[in-house]
Design a protein around this ligand. Structure first.
Ligand SMILES: C[S@@+](CC[C@H](N)C(=O)[O-])C[C@H]1O[C@@H](n2cnc3c(N)ncnc32)[C@H](O)[C@@H]1O
Length: 368
């Protein structure tokens, strides 16, 4: 990305590099810190914290009172969990600030880049500059400044930020490519049209196109900055993918019985329950008979005791510190039951295995 004040440092895969080497080094350090200190200690800290919370009889909810009660007991009875949560939040604030500052130095150049890619191919993007976002979509999920919709470079920020957030597990889109490789196909094997809902920067969308090169592949997301940047990113990879700014609960304009495969990766725990319910109904309408719906997300406690992991420490402190206010509501629901009620037949679900299998269901063939 050329700008007369800064040298072009190129891309990291399809993602524009940080503006300076110093920014990159700092962010690598934070990513490594999160991997080393956060990921493995978290496995030890969470069960201990959950045991303390349960022993104290605290009901965990995503309310301020509940979060405070959890913090209080964790501070008193298990200081290491309190430190874990504090460091987790601090590293998160630190990396978002640096990502926003670093890209911000070249904001004009990035805006021009998006304007150019809006008009270019392969593939396409449709978005509405006057789109009115519902309030829930403005939440600063993961503490990202401006959230998904509040800044024109939100997609770019999210792309680099999530590399750091996950301790580089999604480096070079490995995670999404691995997921795409395992996404199930309809029982008759026909995959001609795919829709990836809440596609964000289009990593899964492009990985699906790579796996099914003959298919027409679409990605939709409520956020204009996300779909615009997803399109830029797809062009960088030479992928013909079509992106649409559309809310998952508002896909009525798309044809019924149309898609062979619909995917939704980690949307449901970030939105209120009525959005989940309307999305499930919409997907049922969009899929052709025999079509397949794949959902990858947190487990539902309603269906699996593993969900407990997400309700106690994570449900309270993480929901607050990572700013995921709807996650506890989702975890307490029973998505499998909702899918069946909507008419799907459940083929497979493994809630403990969220990034790989999640839930797979099929729209019955006519007469089934
Ligand atoms: C965690 S990200 C999804 C990640 C993405 N599926 C992936 O695999 O990289 C959540 C995305 O959902 C989008 N979103 C939030 N509410 C939405 C809604 N009602 N309909 C469609 N997209 C929504 C956000 O803009 C954001 O891009």
């Amino acid at each position: 990305m050329l700008n007369e004040d800064y040298p072009d440092r190129g891309n990291v895969g399809p993602t524009p590099a940080m503006t300076s080497r110093a920014d990159e080094t700092f962010l690598d350090y934070i990513a490594d810190l999160r991997s080393v200190l956060m990921m493995s200690p978290a496995k030890k800290v969470h069960p201990k914290a959950n045991a303390v919370i349960e022993a104290e009889g605290i009901e965990t909810k995503a309310t301020a009172e509940s979060v405070e009660a959890v913090r209080d007991v964790v501070r008193r009875k298990l200081p290491e969990a309190g430190v874990w949560a504090r460091v987790y939040r601090s590293t998160q604030q630190a990396f978002w600030n640096r990502v926003c500052e670093s890209y911000g130095l070249r904001e004009d150049a990035f805006l021009r880049m998006l304007e150019e890619s809006d008009q270019s191919g392969p593939g396409s993007v449709e978005w509405d500059p006057d789109y009115v976002y519902p309030d829930y979509a403005k939440v600063e999920i993961h503490l990202q400044p401006g959230g998904y919709v509040g800044h024109p470079l939100a997609g770019l920020r999210y792309d680099y930020g999530t590399r750091v957030f996950g301790g580089k597990v999604s480096e070079n889109d490995y995670l999404h490519k691995a997921m795409a490789a395992k996404v199930p196909t309809p029982r008759d094997g026909r995959v001609e049209r795919i829709m990836d809902i809440a596609c964000s920067v289009g990593k899964l969308t492009c990985a699906l196109k790579e796996r099914f090169p003959q298919a027409e592949v679409w990605g939709s997301d409520i956020s204009a900055p996300m779909v615009r940047y997803a399109h830029y990113r797809a062009i960088e990879q030479g992928q013909t993918v079509h992106f649409l700014q559309k809310a998952a609960e508002d896909l009525d304009a798309l044809p019924a019985d149309h898609f062979d495969l619909v995917t939704v990766h980690i949307l449901f725990h970030e939105v209120p329950t009525p959005v989940v319910d309307r999305t499930i109904a919409n997907v049922y309408r969009l899929l052709r008979p025999g079509g397949t719906f794949w959902i990858s997300d947190f487990p539902s406690l309603g269906n699996d005791p593993h969900g407990l992991h997400y309700t106690n420490l994570l449900g309270a402190i993480d929901s607050a510190d990572n700013s995921e206010p709807y996650a506890p509501e989702f975890v307490r629901s029973n998505v499998e039951a909702k899918l069946q009620k909507a008419g799907f037949s459940l083929r497979y679900e493994n809630p403990a295995d969220m990034n790989v299998h999640g839930r797979v269901c099929d729209k019955p063939m006519k007469g089934e």
